[in-house]
Design a protein around this ligand. Structure first.
Ligand SMILES: C[S@@+](CC[C@H](N)C(=O)[O-])C[C@H]1O[C@@H](n2cnc3c(N)ncnc32)[C@H](O)[C@@H]1O
Length: 293
């Protein structure tokens, strides 16, 4: 199909014709807004108000090519190479999970929790950092804290380091498999807060997943073996005895199916004086907060 004119409105008509079988219209318009922000620097309001304006040929081509790429089913964030998280912009690529709204909720809970602390004394470790969205956002809001992110993926860490520079914060990133021995010379003990959004989708849940996630996002970031769905949580809870300071806080994002199992494991460890499951915006048991004795 050809685009009738260089107007944004005609480009949007083209998007609808090409992509409506893949996306519903509401989702498609949200994608179109991201594309306009990326190539034209438009806010959502600009996109609405400038719908009848003519664009130059190179902008038309970029927006047209993006529609072609979207047709493959690739997420718009990977096509544009960026995603927004808690009002910050992050580079993302197929080595990093696209940050999710639930994780913004997790970060919001942590920022509210730590607001009353003297931030110069706060040390934070994020386990399974991906794009670095959690530690970078925390550092931005708690500028005097010391923040470290670890991940098993070298490629994800490269992206996280780039994101720290772009967002102008000093966050330390280290390669570490959390399931094997920790390099204790690099990771501070007496941490004030440990946070993790580890892989938590069961292999057996894959068949119900959207192909856009399954075919494009890193399986290393998504999946955990069915035979031990809370392996990451158990390991991190065990590490809290030596790495979390007295009264230190643990925050997890979790698969709601296993939230109670994680809570029970934390309870059985007997190192916490307080453990709470918190719901996400859609009412699912998504987060765990615990405080060490
Ligand atoms: C669900 S993603 C979370 C990414 C990011 N924190 C976020 O919330 O968008 C889980 C992350 O854990 C990392 N990971 C998987 N296995 C790991 C392991 N054994 N040790 C450390 N990190 C691991 C993956 O590479 C991925 O970046």
């Amino acid at each position: 199909m050809r685009i009738a004119t260089n107007k944004l409105s005609d480009l949007y008509e083209f998007y609808k014709t090409e992509l409506c079988p893949i996306y519903d219209e509401e989702e498609l318009y949200a994608i179109f807004e991201l594309v306009c922000e990326h190539y034209l620097g438009y806010t959502k309001t600009d996109t609405r108000l400038k719908f009848q304006e003519n664009l130059n040929q190179s902008d038309v081509l970029n927006i047209y090519d993006t529609a072609k790429a979207l047709k493959t089913g690739a997420p718009v964030q990977y096509i544009l190479g960026e995603a927004y998280f808690y009002n910050l912009k992050f580079r993302v690529n197929p080595s990093t999970l696209i940050p999710r709204p639930e994780t913004e909720e997790l970060v919001d809970l942590i920022i509210n929790e730590l607001k009353s602390y003297n931030s110069s004394l706060i040390t934070i470790l994020d386990i399974g950092t991906g794009s670095g969205c959690i530690p970078i956002t925390l550092k931005k809001h708690l500028p005097h804290s010391k923040v470290t992110g670890i991940d098993i993926s070298e490629k994800a860490l490269e992206v996280a380091k780039f994101n720290a520079i772009k967002n102008n914060v000093d966050v330390k990133f280290l390669k570490q498999d959390i399931l094997s021995d920790l390099n204790s010379s690099l990771i501070t003990q007496n941490l004030s807060l440990i946070v993790s959004n580890p892989p938590y989708v069961l292999q057996s849940e894959a068949k119900q997943m959207d192909a856009r996630v399954l075919d494009h996002e890193p399986h290393l970031a998504l999946f955990v073996n069915d035979h031990d769905p809370i392996v990451f949580y158990k390991r991190i809870i065990d590490l809290c005895s030596s790495y979390l300071e007295e009264k230190g806080i643990l925050f997890f994002e979790m698969n709601p199916l296993y939230a109670n199992d994680v809570k029970n494991y934390a309870n059985d460890s007997k190192i916490f004086n307080f453990i709470e499951i918190l719901n996400d915006m859609s009412g699912k048991q998504r987060f765990l907060k615990a405080q060490k004795k």
